[in-house]
Design a protein around this ligand. Structure first.
Ligand code: FES
Ligand SMILES: [Fe+2]
Length: 392
């Protein structure tokens, strides 16, 4: 077992020391993993519309972006939409093995084809003039065909984007620049997601929320455990230890591991992976917008996308279970878990965040401070800046 007897601050990121020993070491010394120094982040980045436009272009269009999971569309004809900024994307399972992504815009006069999500569709009918597309995005029928016969139906398909199903996560690749970045990111993701084959998880339930937050501020919510005791006094504080985290990075992606109070009470190194999963909270942040909160038998997935305005975003929250569920008691159990997680974020994190967002406008030239004990915030914002700079 690794113990630092000198009670010196340790920087063990990516060290060969077993993660269970690292956790016990932090618990014993009442410590946390640190960044090298504090980091000041300009408020402007959360309120500047020019920055928001750049981010949408560079980070959400010219980069691969995770927009959901295969488990959301388990059967042929299952579909959902994601609106990223002004672009609406339609995700459809066309057959057992293929899931496709289309621009959710009708090729006739540009109406939004569908809204929300659905199951077992065999075609999509435009709400404007009834043009009908099949699951492969091909135009199959249009009223008064003779008025349009100068343009063949096969020239009127929905615009299709590349979609890569990687370990059950769906990656939207909108262009060549995004494709080039995707393969190196996959190498990092494989390390971040070791032991997580998401193809095997079952989707329980999803909800969409539209907080008045810049999308990065919504992500920030999940990047530190320093606020647990103060903000989540009754919800999370009785379960999770405040301000203690193991921090690791995998390229742009991040892993944060916190201790449950049950781990502290045990007063010994956790014995195996199962024990480790039970007594910790594990967050995996898939850059830039997907947060997995991993529990032993289920995973919360939070996905955040910017909306048109700089101070608005859309958050989708989904709960996935390891085992299939059908009994009433299982559904009640997962509903309780779903509501607990949702309440902590929607009733506690987001209202506080909305106050922060409003406060940004009071002094827009200010910088906010990320402490040494908030390394994930630092890493996330540095990666964003790097991406924007590289493309400048
Ligand atoms: S815009 Fe879709 S049918 Fe006319
Ligand atoms: Fe929180």
């Amino acid at each position: 077992m690794f113990i630092n007897k000198d009670k010196k601050r340790l920087n063990t990121m990516h060290s060969p020391i077993d993660v269970k020993d690292r956790l016990q070491n932090l618990i014993i010394h009442k410590e946390t993993d640190y960044a090298k120094s504090i980091y000041k982040n300009p408020v402007k980045e959360y309120i500047d519309s020019k920055t928001a436009i750049n981010e949408k272009k560079i980070i959400f269009e010219e980069s691969p972006i995770c927009i959901g999971t295969a488990a959301l569309v388990p059967n042929k004809g299952d579909w959902y939409t994601v609106d990223i900024g002004i672009k609406s994307i339609l995700i459809v399972r066309n057959n057992k093995t293929e899931i496709s992504a289309y621009l959710n815009i009708c090729s006739h006069r540009g109406a939004k084809l569908v809204e929300g999500s659905g199951t077992k569709a065999y075609a999509f009918k435009c709400p404007y003039h009834s043009w009908i597309y099949n699951l492969n995005g091909e135009l199959k029928a249009r009223p008064r065909e003779n008025a349009f016969e100068e343009i063949n139906k096969d020239q009127c398909s929905l615009k299709k984007f590349e979609l890569d199903n990687h370990q059950g996560f769906l990656w939207l690749i909108m262009n060549k620049k995004a494709k080039n970045k995707h393969s190196s990111n996959k190498t990092d993701l494989n390390k971040l997601l070791t032991n997580y084959n998401f193809n095997k998880y079952h989707h329980f339930k999803s909800i969409k929320i539209n907080p008045k937050l810049n999308w990065k501020l919504a992500v920030d919510t999940f990047l530190e455990l320093y606020h647990i005791d103060e903000l989540h006094t009754k919800s999370l504080a009785p379960i999770i230890k405040n301000d203690l985290q193991i921090f690791d990075t995998y390229g742009k992606n991040i892993r944060i591991i916190g201790a449950r109070h049950s781990a502290v009470k045990l007063n010994r190194v956790l014995k195996n992976q199962r024990e480790f999963d039970i007594h910790t909270i594990q967050l995996r942040i898939i850059f830039p917008n997907t947060i997995l909160v991993c529990h032993p038998d289920h995973v919360e997935v939070w996905q955040i996308v910017p909306k048109s305005e700089v101070d608005e975003c859309e958050v989708s929250f989904s709960l996935y279970t390891k085992e299939a569920f059908s009994s009433k008691s299982a559904i009640r159990h997962w509903n309780n878990n779903f509501n607990l997680a949702l309440d902590a974020v929607v009733k506690e994190d987001f209202p506080l965040g909305e106050n922060v967002q409003k406060g940004f406008y009071a002094d827009p030239n200010r910088k906010i401070i990320f402490g040494k004990n908030e390394p994930a915030l630092q890493h996330f914002h540095k990666q964003i800046k790097l991406d924007l700079k590289l493309s400048a």
